[in-house]
Design a protein around this ligand. Structure first.
Ligand code: ATP
Ligand code: MG
Length: 309
């Protein structure tokens, strides 16, 4: 069953497209990764799943409920952490959880205890949050996200600040939730290696665009590259002018080997070339190349697009 469905989510801030036609799904029992470099649009997407911001273009449903039109029903079915867990530092971990529980219907004390055990916080849960390490805060944050038994769990870079053991424990916990309880998990990260160990499927986002999807099977990996995105090399008499124009479109572009390289949807290219010609730029050649997912992965994990190509 589809627990999360995002269709055509688009968001612009001051004419810059932060999200461009983002569509994805998370099914029951599935752990789905949302992989992308800093500034790709992960948190912006997740905030909208959690109903924290208005949606101006596109649609998000949680368990079939529209997060705008059926806000309350949608929110009853989703729990999550956006950026960092939002905890009251002067209260204990347990008091925080009880406070969050009080905001939902049907949460009993026994369930709170179960969740505390699940995130391995029993020893410290009655201490004040200000005495917690980052990893402990993350655990309480996850407990908080689970408090009302949501069917969909959304975690924004939850491994930030966790040590390797903490990461492994989180992975085991998420797998347990997915496989035993059928929870759907949507989890963002900028580390491919981490995602591959944890996820059944990974969406890759770059510059607000989903550029690929990877399904991880036990024995073989299946990679789908979104067909319409290519890397173009333009040979021209005026690289600066081309770059200036492309930057004005917020395109992912750079100068390399004497040409201007731009990553673009294929159907947008004819117009771009027309506009450049109209601006008196001479174009000698346009070369099209498929971006491979591997390249995207490498560029994400090294954090430098220019070095590897
Ligand atoms: N309120 C805002 N005003 C202007 N720009 C914004 C605003 N919020 C987000 N952005 C821009 O939107 C883009 C996406 O940001 P977002 O926080 O979603 O990225 P991210 O993928 O979560 O990155 P990170 O890995 O660093 O957390 C960035 O370019 C960011 O600068
Ligand atoms: Mg973020």
């Amino acid at each position: 069953m589809e627990l999360l469905k995002i269709q055509g989510l688009t968001k612009s801030i001051k004419k810059k497209k932060i999200l461009d036609n983002v569509s994805l799904t998370v099914n029951s029992g599935e752990i789905v990764g949302f992989l992308g470099p800093n500034g790709a649009g992960k948190t912006t997407t997740i905030k909208r799943i959690m109903g924290l911001f208005v949606i101006t273009k596109g649609q998000i449903t949680v368990c079939g409920y529209d997060v705008v039109k059926d806000f309350e029903a949608a929110m009853e079915n989703v729990g999550g952490i956006v950026e960092n867990p939002d905890l009251y530092k002067r209260l204990t971990g347990r008091q925080n959880l009880e406070y969050f529980a009080s905001m939902h219907k049907n949460v009993d004390k026994e369930n709170i205890d179960n969740i505390i055990d699940m995130v391995k916080m029993r020893d410290r849960i009655d201490h004040k949050v200000k005495t917690y390490s980052l990893g402990m805060c993350q655990r309480v944050g996850i407990a908080q996200a689970l408090i009302h038994n949501p069917r969909l769990l959304v975690l924004d870079e939850p491994t930030n600040g966790l040590d390797p053991l903490g990461i492994k424990e989180l992975r085991d916990l998420l797998k347990l939730l997915a496989k035993e309880a059928g929870v759907g998990v949507f989890i963002s990260s900028h580390l491919l290696s981490e995602m591959e160990l944890m996820c059944d499927r990974i969406y890759i986002i770059d510059n607000g665009v989903i550029i690929g999807e990877k399904t991880i099977h036990e024995e073989e990996e299946e990679v789908t590259v979104k067909e319409d995105i290519y890397e173009y090399t333009l040979l021209t008499n005026d690289k600066d002018k081309v770059l200036e124009y492309l930057k004005g479109l917020q395109a992912n572009c750079r100068v390399e080997n004497g040409g201007v390289i731009v990553v673009m949807r294929r159907n947008e290219m004819p117009n771009i070339i027309k506009n450049l010609v109209y601006r008196d730029v001479e174009i000698y050649a346009v070369n099209e190349k498929h971006r491979t997912l591997e390249q995207d992965f490498i560029s994400m994990t090294t954090g430098s697009k220019t070095q590897i190509r």
